[in-house]
Design a binder for this molecule. Sequence first.
Ligand code: UDP
Length: 379
Amino acid sequence: MHTIIVGAGFWGAVIAERMASVLDAEVTVIDERPHIGGNCHSSLDEETGIECHRYGSHIFHTSNEEVWNYINRFSAFNGYQHKVFTMCRGKVYTMPINLSTIENFYGRHMTPSEAEAFLQGEIARDHIDNPANLEEKAISLIGRPLYEAFIQGYTQKQWEHDPKLLPAYIITRLPFRTSYNANYFADPWQGVPVDGYFKIFERMLDNPRITLRLETSFESVRDSLSADTLVIYTGLPDRLFDYRFGELEWRSLRCEWEVVPVRDWQGTAVMNYADKDVPYTRIHEFKHYHPERTRPMLSPRSVICREYSRTWHRGDEAYYPVNDERNNALYAKYQAEAAKNPNLILGGRLGAYRYWDMDKAIADALATFREKIAPRFGK
Ligand code: UDP
């Protein structure tokens, strides 16, 4: 049996690596793009030597030891701990909202227990017992004034949906704290690969049993596949079935790149912009991800990228699934259609239509390999 893996992002690359190295199976990996790595792709800016995450910042973080051990086989990680700031009404605050954000926003010192009691009072004013959407969930966690300053405008820009119509779980990605802990992620293992994301993917796919074909769409090869080919598909599920039940919604991004003639543009890797009237959601400055790389760090220039969120249209890169009721129900139809074909496995952030971080995609790929793929090969 031959296997074709459609998509060379993390999910597809893990499956390819496992199949080739554990099962000794021959696999072909195809990707439409001219590079491997999916949205985790990175490359060096020629002028400054700064590694740029070409589809927005990617910080590896996980609480899953299996995933951490697995990924460390392909690169060590530096000790980068993600800290984000947000520009709101002309002032910079710590994000996620923590004690420092609360104090600076309300203009007075509070101890953690004073802040908790104060926020309970703010939260109680809206009488939300069972938060049913992103807005209600956020207000029930931090109260309306902080919500309106830091979440409402950013979320509206990011999703172009009224936060009342978005699922509550999106906001639970963000921690809210009444301590000074400013770490964006709470996971025990965090960092950015010392050798770069591009090296991780090169190493994962560097196996004589893996054939890689870039700039190759599934549509261009599907008619030439034999009937018993195992198709592992990480692309858009609706596209696979010619959009027969309708189109799934996605958010896409536009990145506006600039090499700026200063050593340090914004003093941190990511600055969010909470105000609705600023058209971008955040600015990334990539040199800050590698304080250990002396030459790019000391370069008198820096590479920044302004990130604009936009509605996905066919042909755009898909970034975020819009997991509301309509889209989830539509996805279920495509999933049921896929399940009718025993030689088809859907997966990855696109194929599963899930808002996954890198570690979740890797964990899911490892589980899929163990449970659905290895048994087919008698392992
Ligand atoms: N969010 C916000 N303000 C911020 C940062 C995030 O309102 O300054 C909300 C927004 O709705 C976003 C969600 O929190 O979609 C999750 O943010 P996260 O940083 O996890 O998004 P990602 O990095 O995956 O784009």
